[in-house]
Design a protein around this ligand. Structure first.
Ligand SMILES: NC(=O)c1ccc[n+]([C@@H]2O[C@H](COP(=O)([O-])OP(=O)(O)OC[C@H]3O[C@@H](n4cnc5c(N)ncnc54)[C@H](OP(=O)(O)O)[C@@H]3O)[C@@H](O)[C@H]2O)c1
Length: 252
């Protein structure tokens, strides 16, 4: 058990990549808490986790939500070893149609929530703690006909935050890294692909198949393995890294 005795918080842990990370952490012996907005999704995740996770219902786009999570974590009265800032939103819409609301929502969840949740949880994060931000290949690699200005901007900001916090928090013994997944088969991806016209869907599928050296898109569990490594003491000297977990996609 690589995470025995560790306490972890996973935002957006009720489905997709966050749930896979929470499951892997629990399997490796960690005490896990997950955050999400929807009570039904949290309850179903708790069942999948066989009751091994605490659930915290909060909307991280609001300061009240961030404060609630920080308060619940602090109330446990023991340090937090691993913080996974995973909750995120992707509006893959053309630059000229991005609305003020989409812009604000993206930054609120993908950047501001990571900034202030990490800041508010600092008193709980001691030497040896690991902060893991879930970024995206879209921070630096674009796909033809998949307009990503807003999403790429927010994940680029998250990568900058990851590196600057690695510098600022390193002297306290806190490691800060990001995982940049390639395309992962989750509800988020299905939402953004399902509304494409059939021809565009077929084109995207063909693009993915020829662009991923390992010949397939990822599954949430593909990301969880890297998260366990970054959460564990195996990665004790890894900080400030943006680690690609993308089937080799960004190698080209
Ligand atoms: N899927 C991909 O292809 C892919 C690729 C690269 C990077 N990523 C990144 O990986 C992360 C997870 O993506 P995913 O595909 O697993 O997403 P997902 O399937 O849409 O799951 C998102 C999770 O975040 C929670 N969430 C959403 N908005 C929230 C809010 N305002 N406050 C609190 N929780 C919130 C959701 O629960 P509720 O809806 O109940 O709140 C859910 O648990 C994101 O940061 C995403 O940008 C995904």
């Amino acid at each position: 058990m690589r995470l025995r005795g560790k306490r972890a918080l996973v935002t957006g842990g009720s489905e997709g990549i966050g749930l896979a990370i929470a499951e892997a952490f629990a399997e490796e012996g960690a005490a896990v808490a997950i955050v999400g907005r929807d009570a039904g999704k949290l309850a179903s995740a708790r069942t999948k986790l066989a009751g091994r996770a605490e659930t915290i219902q909060a909307d991280l786009t609001t300061s009240e939500g961030i404060d609630k999570v920080a308060t619940v974590v602090a109330a446990a009265g023991r340090p937090l070893d691993v913080l996974v800032n995973n909750a995120g939103v992707a509006f893959l819409v053309p630059f000229e149609t991005v609305t003020d609301e989409q812009y604000r929502n993206s930054f609120a969840l993908n950047v501001t929530a990571v900034f202030f949740l990490t800041q508010k949880l600092l008193p709980q994060l001691g030497p040896g703690a690991s902060v893991i931000n879930i970024s995206s290949y879209f921070a630096g690699k674009m796909i033809p006909k998949r307009p990503s200005s807003l999403y790429s901007l927010s994940k680029g900001a998250l990568n900058s935050l990851t590196k600057s916090l690695a510098f600022e928090l390193g002297p306290r013994g806190i490691r800060v890294n990001a995982i940049a997944p390639g395309t992962i088969d989750t509800a988020m991806r299905r939402r953004s692909v399902d509304n494409l016209p059939d021809a565009a869907k077929a084109e995207l599928k063909a693009y993915v198949e020829r662009s991923y050296p390992l010949g397939r898109i990822g599954q949430a569990a593909d990301v969880a393995g890297m998260a366990v490594h970054l959460a564990s003491d195996e990665s004790a000297w890894t900080s400030g890294a943006i680690l690609a977990v993308d089937g080799g996609y960004t190698a080209g």
